[in-house]
Design a binder for this molecule. Structure first.
Ligand code: PLP
Length: 369
């Protein structure tokens, strides 16, 4: 008799917060502050402080924040941005939205993150920026990337959509680049009750322009300085995120406990387990194991009602939408192998020890058969 274990359990997180959430939502409704407003302004302050940054700008999604991040660099057709092919598609959307070209560089097998050793050979006179991702909650190796940016006068933008509070050499991610972008999609480590995102920066002028771009290119109503967007964060999301931010560090510690327990219980299986690089303290947005028989293992887990997922089954250079970039299978072998082998196990702060033990037992059972 199997206890079903969902891949994600948002209800388990909401339950203990429900009273507090209901109260802030009621207040926002009473005030009718639906678009931006005081709840968003307060959350922006709190989130900037959390990231050790001067400014955070609230958006209606992480994708919008990334789009604006590339607009702030004044990129356009003819410009190239070096990035990873092994991420969620939105990382590359931002580059495409401004008319620039994504130039992919393969990842490291150990961390799934952009391999700094391969970056320099991809630089051309058209390269303007590097857009790495802190994937699955683990910071990528920032020092060598920052050194390359200094040497070649490139901008660095961090896609931190999966890594709220993740640390690189003891410092939380978000202020290594000129800007960094976070997602508050419900399933992320810090999730809204709807869509949300933020752009974080220490540069006051960039923050001001980001605020203008998210609101129709205006700082004064009905006066538009440049072509802008409607990318505002909703007041209700700001209110919810303000409540949840206070719990984030405790949730990250709980995620690390789940990961540690998986490490112990799965150590003697043929799986390749996620490992932390010596410079990183991961917040384990995902717990991604690897095996060549991934598809069979997934069927086995499905049959035992254990939720699992693939992040990501098709690397970006092989996506139909990017066929015109001209990449071929084999161009990024490490990413392609990761795409064939990856399997994301359930991981969330509320996952109990007995649930973790059950997942591990079902996996060990697969390899015994
Ligand atoms: C989720 C995510 C995004 C996009 O964020 P949304 O809020 O869903 O628009 C961008 N990059 C990465 C790596 C993500 O995981």
């Amino acid at each position: 008799m199997d206890q079903p274990i969902p891949y994600l359990d948002l209800a388990a997180q909401m339950r203990p917060l429900r009273k507090e959430i209901d109260a802030v939502i009621a207040k926002t409704l009473d005030n009718c502050t639906f678009c931006l407003g005081p709840d968003v302004a307060q959350f922006e302050q709190d989130f900037a402080q959390y990231c050790g940054a001067q400014h955070a700008v609230g958006f209606n999604s992480g994708t919008s924040a990334l789009h604006v991040a590339l607009l702030l660099l004044n990129l356009g057709p003819g410009d190239e941005v070096i990035t990873t092919p092994y991420t969620f598609i939105a990382t590359s959307w931002a580059i495409s939205y401004v008319g620039a070209k994504p130039v992919y560089v393969d990842i490291e097998d150990l961390t799934f993150n952009l391999d700094p050793k391969l970056v320099e050979q991809a630089i051309t006179p058209r390269t303007k920026a590097i857009l790495p991702v802190h994937l699955y909650g683990q910071a990528c190796d920032m020092d060598p990337l920052l050194e390359i940016c200094r040497k070649h006068k490139l901008a660095l933008v961090e896609d931190a959509a999966q890594s709220h509070g993740a640390k690189y050499r003891g410092k939380v991610v978000g202020t290594f680049g000129v800007t960094s972008e976070f997602s508050f999609y419900p399933g992320k480590n810090l999730g809204a009750y709807g869509e949300g995102g933020a752009l974080v920066t220490n540069d006051a002028a960039l923050a001001a322009r980001a605020r203008s771009l998210r609101e129709h290119g205006s700082t004064q109503r009905y006066h538009h300085d440049e072509v802008g967007y409607n990318y505002r964060m909703e007041g209700l999301q700001g209110a919810v995120l303000g409540v949840k931010l206070k719990h984030l560090d405790q949730w990250s510690q709980a995620r690390r406990r789940v990961a540690q327990r998986y490490h112990e219980l799965l150590a003697n299986t043929p799986l390749q387990l996620p490992r932390e690089a010596d410079y990183a303290e991961s917040v384990y947005a995902l717990y991604v194991v690897r095996h060549p028989r991934r598809d069979d293992l997934k069927k086995h887990l499905d049959a035992h009602k254990i939720g699992c997922a693939l992040h990501y089954p098709v690397p970006l250079h092989l996506q139909k939408c990017y066929a015109s970039l001209g990449y071929q299978p084999g161009d990024f072998p490490v990413s392609e192998k990761a795409a064939r082998e990856c399997l994301s196990l359930p991981i969330y702060p509320e996952l109990t020890n007995s649930q973790i033990e059950h997942v591990a037992a079902v996996i060990r059972d697969f390899f015994k058969a």
